[in-house]
Design a protein. Sequence first.
Length: 245
Amino acid sequence: MIEALDAMAGLLKSDRNVPDWTAGVIYAWWEGHLAHAKDHCDAEEKMYRPLLTTRFVWPQEVETIHKQLDFVRDKVSKAVSGLTSDKASLSSLRNSLSAYEKNMLAHFAVEEKKILPMMRAYFPPNPEISTLQRKMLESAPDNAMGALVYALGPDRFKSEFMRERAIPFFVWHVAFKGRLARYEREMVSKVEAIKTGIKPEEPQAKKFGWFRSNPWKTAQAPDGEVYYYNSATGETQWTKPDGMP
């Protein structure tokens, strides 16, 4: 989003002609990000930390960075709420997001350099970790999983992430492909809209009615279990969509 804000600032011809749809798009994107960030923190604090701290001491840096993140996250929220048609409000948001990104990267660095190596050392592949990771994957919001697939790229996600966790290939179609499509539709499209200055279109799914052209179809996994596929958005899910005949 930082690069997108820079791009939009470059497109504006005056200091007070930010498109009126901009604030709503950025607000929706930020709300989606907050949900993703909350899921990450919840997984860390409620799933990983209780188990991992039975064998090693949790790094103190994590607590310090969490406090800093809380502070800069609140500043971003205030900047998002304060967006106006004034170009200066975009600059204020850009600066807040830059500070937020810096702290997030510091947090990820501690995870990569300290927590993960200790987890691998004290918890070699075993049912405890496998069960924990499976629980995390099953409970993760769609956008959180979609973000992971988007960041790795579909090919790497399938060849590395799924293979390392012995996830059957058909699960890509049932659980992950649709989440990637949703992330691109609900998050990536908003960043692209800010970057190009072009208002995003309404989600295609809203144009369908159950009694006109229902996009939800039934499909069958290799093991025979039925799942549901949205031909308009690419989403897939195990549970029958509301209102589907």
